[in-house]
Design a protein around this ligand. Structure first.
Ligand SMILES: Cc1cc2nc3c(=O)[nH]c(=O)nc-3n(C[C@H](O)[C@H](O)[C@H](O)COP(=O)(O)OP(=O)(O)OC[C@H]3O[C@@H](n4cnc5c(N)ncnc54)[C@H](O)[C@@H]3O)c2cc1C
Length: 466
C-alpha cells in the first residue's frame, strides 16, 4: 500500500522526523507513510512530495488532538480480486491459481468456513457439529493473498474494491461471491420464535443443536415444515429435515401421534416432474399433509404460524415449526450499483457467461447472483469453472464459455436413503454418473451426499479440482 500524507498540524516537509503538535494515530500514520515512500522521496525537506503523491483517488481522515491529516491511500493492485471465501469464492481462487493466475486476492471477514450442506444432517442429529467447519486460514489456497475484512463497495468501471478496514484493492478482474444472507426481518415473529418459542431451523448454523433436540424430543402434536420460493440457499434441501424427522419419529413409534404439515410456497412440489413425483411418494409414505401455494407470513407467540394459502389466511398452532428462512441479497451488491431492475438486489450477471451485464471486468458466482435457478453448491462447481474460464478467455478475446443452468436437488428421503436429482435451466434431467436413475432414492446416494461429498468438498472442490 502506498500512503501519502497531507494536512496541517505538522510540518509535512519533515515527515517521519519531528512532527510538531501531532501525536497518536496521526504521527503513527505519518511515520508509516514515510516508511512506505521511495528513498528519494524520503529525504528531508522535500516540500513537493506530499503533493506529488497526493494524486491518488482515495482518502481517509484521521483526527488527533485537534490536528488532522489526510492519508491518501493508493490501491493494492492484483490480477484478480475475489470477494467472499465461501464455497464459490474459495474454489474460484484455487482454480485461478491452478490455471496459472499468479496474483489472486481474496476478501473475506470470517475466520471460520462452514460446509452448509451438512447443516441439515447436523440439525437432524445424523452428523457431528465438528464435521461442519474448518479454519478459513487452513483453506486459503497457497499463493492467494487473504484480506481479512469485508468489501463495502465495488466500482464496476474501475475494478476497485473498497474494504471496511480502509484497504483499497483493484483487480484486473473482480469476481464476486459474497453469498446470500438470511433475512429474518422478512418473517415477523421468527426471531422471537427461535429465541423462546417452538421455531427451529437447520439453515442457521447456530441453531443446529437446538433443532436436533427439538426433533428428538417431540412425541406428539403438530409439526410444520416450510419450503419457500426463490431466492433461498439450498432450497430443495429443506425437504431433508422434513423426511429425516419423519423417519426418526417413525422409528421411535410416535409418527402416528404427530400431524406433519408441509407449507410449500410453490404450486408444485418441484419444477422437475420426476423429482416432484419422488418427493410426493415419500410425503405419502409418511402421511404428510401438503399445502401447496401456501406461504408462512408470520410466526405468532412463538408457536403459531400464520399461513397464507389458496383458501385465505389461517392460524395454525404447532409444537415444532421448522423454517426455511427468507433470504436477501448482500447489501454490497446494491450499494455498488451492481444489481438491476428486477434482480431484487442480487448481482446482475449474464446467466450464461456469468459476466456482469454492464461491467466487463466484473463476474459473479454463487448465491449472490440473480441466475433465476436454484442456489446450490452443485451448481457452483459448474459456475466456478465457467467464470474462471471466461476471465481467461475474455483477456485473450476468445469466445466465452456458457453455463447451462446445471443444478442439483439432493433430498434425503429417510435415514440412509437419498434422491439425487440433477437438472438444467430447461428443467431437463441430467446425469453426471453413468447410472439409469438417480432420482429414485437409494442408499448409494445417501453415502455419496452424507460421506463422499463432504470429503470431495474439503479436499477437491475448495482446492480448485472441481
Ligand atoms: C442449510 C443449507 C443446506 C444446503 N445444502 C446443500 C446441498 O445439500 N447441496 C448443495 O449443492 N447445496 C446446498 N446448499 C447451498 C450451498 O451451500 C450454497 O449454494 C453455497 O454455499 C453458496 O456458496 P457462495 O460462495 O455463493 O456463498 P457462501 O458459501 O454463503 O459464502 C459467501 C462468503 O462471502 C463472505 N462475504 C459476505 N459478504 C462479504 C463481503 N461484503 N465482503 C467479503 N466477503 C463477504 C461470507 O462471509 C461467506 O464466507 C445448502 C445451503 C444451506 C444454507
Amino acid at each position: 500500500m502506498t500512503v501519502a500524507v497531507v494536512g496541517r498540524g505538522f510540518d509535512h516537509r519533515n515527515v517521519g522526523g519531528e512532527q510538531r503538535g501531532v501525536d497518536g494515530p496521526v504521527a503513527a500514520t505519518v511515520n508509516r507513510a514515510r516508511q512506505l515512500l521511495p528513498p528519494t522521496a524520503r529525504a528531508a525537506n522535500r516540500p513537493r512530495w506530499p503533493y506529488v503523491l497526493a494524486s491518488p483517488d482515495f482518502e481517509r481522515v484521521v483526527q488527533s488532538n485537534g490536528a488532522y491529516c489526510r492519508t491518501v491511500v493508493t490501491a493494492e493492485a492484483h490480477d484478480v480480486v475475489v470477494v467472499g471465501a465461501g464455497n464459490g469464492g474459495l474454489s474460484a481462487a484455487a482454480l485461478l491459481r491452478r490455471r496459472g493466475c499468479r496474483d489472486v486476492a481474496l476478501v473475506e471477514p470470517s475466520a471460520v468456513h462452514v460446509y452448509k450442506p451438512l447443516q441439515n444432517y447436523v440439525g437432524c442429529g445424523v452428523a457431528r457439529l465438528s464435521e461442519l467447519t474448518r479454519s478459513q486460514a487452513e483453506l486459503i489456497p497457497k499463493g492467494v493473498r487473504w484480506y481479512r475484512t469485508s468489501a463495502v463497495q465495488v466500482d464496476g468501471a474501475t475494478g476497485t474494491v473498497r474494504c471496511a478496514d480502509g484497504t483499497i484493492l483493484t483487480g484486473g478482474d473482480v469476481l464476486l461471491a459474497p453469498g446470500a444472507v438470511v433475512d429474518w426481518g422478512g418473517l415477523p415473529g421468527a426471531v422471537e420464535g427461535l429465541r423462546t418459542g417452538r421455531v427451529c431451523t437447520t439453515f442457521v448454523d447456530t441453531e443446529l443443536r437446538r433443532t436436533a433436540r427439538m426433533i428428538d424430543t417431540l412425541r406428539r402434536g403438530r409439526a410444520v415444515f416450510t419450503v419457500r420460493s426463490q431466492p433461498a440457499s439450498g432450497r430443495e434441501t429443506a425437504f431433508k429435515p422434513l423426511f429425516l424427522a419423519c423417519d426418526s419419529w417413525r422409528r421411535a413409534g410416535v409418527l402416528d401421534a404427530i400431524e406433519v404439515v408441509l407449507a410449500h410456497e410453490d404450486a408444485r412440489l418441484h419444477p422437475v416432474a420426476a423429482i416432484a413425483r419422488e418427493i410426493a411418494r415419500h410425503l405419502d409414505r409418511f402421511g404428510v399433509t401438503v399445502r401447496l401455494g401456501t406461504s408462512v407470513s408470520a410466526v405468532e407467540q412463538g408457536d403459531t404460524v400464520l399461513l397464507d394459502g389458496i383458501s385465505g389466511p389461517e392460524r395454525l398452532p404447532a409444537d415444532l415449526i421448522h423454517l426455511l428462512p427468507p433470504y436477501a441479497a448482500p447489501a454490497l451488491v446494491a450499494d455498488s450499483g451492481l444489481d438491476a431492475l428486477g434482480t431484487g438486489g442480487f448481482l446482475a450477471v449474464d446467466p450464461e457467461t456469468l459476466r456482469h451485464r454492464h461491467y466487463e471486468r466484473i463476474w459473479g458466482v454463487g448465491d449472490a447472483c440473480d441466475l433465476g435457478d436454484a442456489r446450490t453448491g452443485g451448481a457452483l462447481r459448474h459456475r466456478v469453472k465457467v467464470a474462471v474460464d471466461n476471465i481467461q478467455r475474455s483477456r485473450r478475446s476468445l469466445r466465452l464459455s456458457r453455463y447451462d443452468g446445471y443444478t442439483v436437488a439432493p433430498i434425503a428421503t429417510g435415514h440412509g436413503r437419498l434422491s439425487f436429482g440433477e437438472y438444467d435451466r430447461q428443467l431437463r434431467v441430467r446425469r453426471s454418473l453413468p447410472v439409469p436413475d438417480q432420482i429414485r432414492s437409494r442408499r448409494i446416494w445417501w453415502w455419496l451426499d452424507r460421506y463422499g461429498l463432504p470429503q470431495a468438498y474439503w479436499h477437491r472442490i475448495l482446492k480448485g479440482r472441481l
